[in-house]
Design a protein around this ligand. Structure first.
Ligand SMILES: Nc1ncnc2c1ncn2[C@@H]1O[C@H](COP(=O)(O)OP(=O)(O)OP(=O)(O)O)[C@@H](O)[C@H]1O
Ligand SMILES: [Mg+2]
Length: 418
């Protein structure tokens, strides 16, 4: 049965055939009792893409995003060595890729697949290793940032100050005087020296010192080249930040990571181009192209307001094609996601959606080349987990897909009271 390749234009199809594609599942054809699975659906991973995975609770979004990670890991060495995957794990469910999916063994056999574990790299926040040890979760490394890596805006977003409020102005005055590799205590001492409203000083210092408890700061900071390695699947577990500041801290982490990756890839891209011009094959790619998977993305890049991650995510979306960064966003609420994410997406994977506002958000971008309304296609999807529509902007076509079962254990299952 011929395969369907999405995300690849005609020129690349002629040039590469099906090389550098990952198999996401099978095309669902027919409706009602006639429904059956037909051609394999493959996704291009040679070029950078913006992919958005949407769907209501429990429809299979996180699962699908991890199938993408598994598939990239399984690519032939010549392709895989040019890629790496960075997963931002907001729910603490991706570490289970290290274990085989024995739970769905029968389903896997139907797909001629076997349960398998994947050698992923799990990074946890430097100051939270004790908690992860307690939970018995296997992790490989810890990550941290130097306080000096944060801009005034980063501090303001994560501490909850407006940049133009007195607190923000004070922080900006102080940070502009800081030099070298400084700690949070160093910032606090400088704050005390500053001539400013005493109450505001005390408030800023208090909140700032609390940031030490987040466990993400150290004097070394994680070097981007340590994790941006060929063929690696890297998971950043940010699931344990709860409470009021939880999403602020998660956004700060995503923003800082994204900035590091973006800068590294922009620099690498120049070297690669130079090497191509000079035809020095060996030197061509030492920093892999990157796939960044962000779950619960509407919290990082919301439709209204900003976070410590939103500016850099938008930059990567608008310019990521050039440095070679692909982004896969997962969200339950496409209407809460910044409109640029959906409008720049070249692939949308829509699992079951019921809220009219979310359906309308999809309609706004993809309806132009659809024969019928998107509601009709969504209604026709069989009532099974892992079924979705794929909207391919490259070919301006839409397919119904059953995503293949995962080979590694899926950690996102909802608990049962009985
Ligand atoms: N392609 C698939 N094949 C088989 N089972 C699947 C597939 N996709 C999802 N499932 C099943 O559906 C369950 C829910 O999937 P998943 O955790 O991905 O939901 P979700 O859309 O991310 O939900 P939430 O919005 O709550 O995070 C999984 O635990 C799994 O058992
Ligand atoms: Mg999920």
């Amino acid at each position: 049965m011929p395969e369907i390749i999405v995300g690849r234009d005609w020129d690349d199809l002629k040039k590469f055939g099906n090389k550098g594609t990952i198999s996401l599942g099978k095309n669902i054809v027919g409706t009602g009792a006639e429904t059956h699975l037909a051609s394999e659906i493959k996704v291009d991973v040679l070029r950078p893409h913006i992919v958005v995975v949407v769907g209501k609770r429990g429809s299979g979004k996180s699962y699908t995003s991890q199938v993408v990670a598994e598939e990239i890991y399984k690519l032939p060495e010549e392709v895989r060595r040019n890629l790496c995957v960075i997963s931002i794990d907001t729910q603490g469910i991706f570490w289970s890729m290290k274990y085989p999916n024995n739970k769905q063994r029968d389903l896997l056999y139907q797909w001629k697949l076997k349960p398998e574990k994947f050698n992923v790299f799990e990074y946890v926040p430097f100051g939270q290793k004790g908690k992860f040890d307690e939970m018995g979760i296997l992790y490989d490394k810890t990550f941290s940032f130097k306080p000096s890596e944060l801009t005034v805006a980063d501090w303001c977003y994560s501490l909850g100050f407006g940049e133009n409020e007195l607190e923000g102005i004070l922080l900006s005055k102080v940070l502009n005087k800081m030099k070298g590799n400084y700690s949070i205590d160093d910032i606090a001492s400088k704050l005390e020296e500053e001539e400013f409203d005493e109450k505001i000083k005390l408030r800023v210092e208090n909140i700032l010192l609390n940031a030490k408890n987040w466990g993400i700061f150290s004097s070394e900071g994680t070097n981007v080249y340590e994790f941006l390695q060929p063929g690696k699947i890297i998971i950043f577990d940010v699931s344990l930040f709860g409470g009021g500041v939880g999403w602020n801290v998660k956004s700060l982490i995503v923003g800082l990571l994204m900035k590091k990756i973006y800068e590294a890839r922009v620099m690498a891209r120049r070297k690669e181009e130079l090497a191509t011009i000079e035809e020095e094959e060996k030197k061509k790619r030492n920093i892999p192209l990157c796939w960044i998977i962000t779950d619960e993305a509407h919290n990082f890049i919301p439709s209204t307001g900003s976070t410590a991650a939103s500016d850099i995510i938008l930059t990567v979306i608008r310019q990521g094609r050039q440095p070679g960064i692909s982004q896969l966003f997962v969200t339950q609420m496409p209407d809460k996601l910044h409109t640029d994410v959906l409008s720049q997406a070249d692939l949308v994977i829509a699992h079951r959606l019921t809220s009219q506002r979310d359906i309308d958000a999809l309609k706004a971008i993809m309806q132009t080349y659809m024969l019928y309304s998107i509601e009709k296609y969504l209604d026709e999807l069989p009532k099974l987990k892992g079924v979705a529509l794929i909207l391919d902007d490259n070919s301006e076509r839409l397919y119904k897909i059953r995503v293949r079962p995962r080979q590694s254990w899926h950690g996102g299952e909802s608990p049962v009271a009985l």
